[in-house]
Design a protein around this ligand. Structure first.
Ligand code: ADP
Length: 150
């Protein structure tokens, strides 16, 4: 069983995440969307809301599961029999950031990080831009799956 995790904050899930998840789910037997809980971070959406947005978006995809976790991603992987970490790459800044994390994770545990390059159509989307559009009453619906409702 090839099991992968796609970790993130998903505050909220965007069409960029959606694209990576949809494509990633075809590469693995099971893809776990793992919402990291960071007590120091202030979120726009509650954990329950963020979880529901993702669950509703992938309601009809049987090999996608949504969970929340605390602590190191590699520890979650070891405890849940996960061999792969899936990440999306948008630009060189993502690459530099992700490279350091992937090397660190490989030092900590024998887990491979697999990168998917973002689709051209969604490469500019980030959760922080979506939150900014929402805060300023803009039309956020073009940037997120239909399940994200405020
Ligand atoms: P974090 O808050 O931990 O950065 P995010 O929820 O923003 O988590 O991102 C989780 C993953 O989704 C990361 O691998 C990130 O590169 C990827 N991602 C975010 N936005 C996009 C996008 N528009 N296209 C492709 N991947 C994306």
């Amino acid at each position: 069983m090839r099991r992968a995790i796609f970790p993130g904050s998903f505050d909220p899930i965007t069409l960029g995440h959606f694209d990576i998840i949809e494509r990633g789910a075809k590469l693995f037997d099971e893809l776990i969307i793992a919402i990291g809980i960071n007590a120091d971070k202030k979120y726009m959406f509650s954990l329950e809301e963020r979880k529901k947005f993702i669950e509703d978006a992938f309601m009809y995809v049987p090999n996608i599961k949504v969970v929340a976790y605390r602590g190191l991603t590699v520890d979650f992987c070891l405890e849940n029999d996960v061999e792969f970490i899936l990440r999306g790459l948008r630009n060189p800044a993502d690459f530099e950031f992700e490279k350091a994390i992937a090397h660190t994770n490989r030092d900590l545990a024998p887990i491979e990080t697999v990168f998917l390059l973002t689709s051209a159509k969604t490469s500019y989307i980030s959760s922080s831009i979506v939150r900014d559009v929402i805060r300023n009453n803009g039309d956020y619906t073009k940037l997120v799956p239909k399940s994200v409702r405020i």
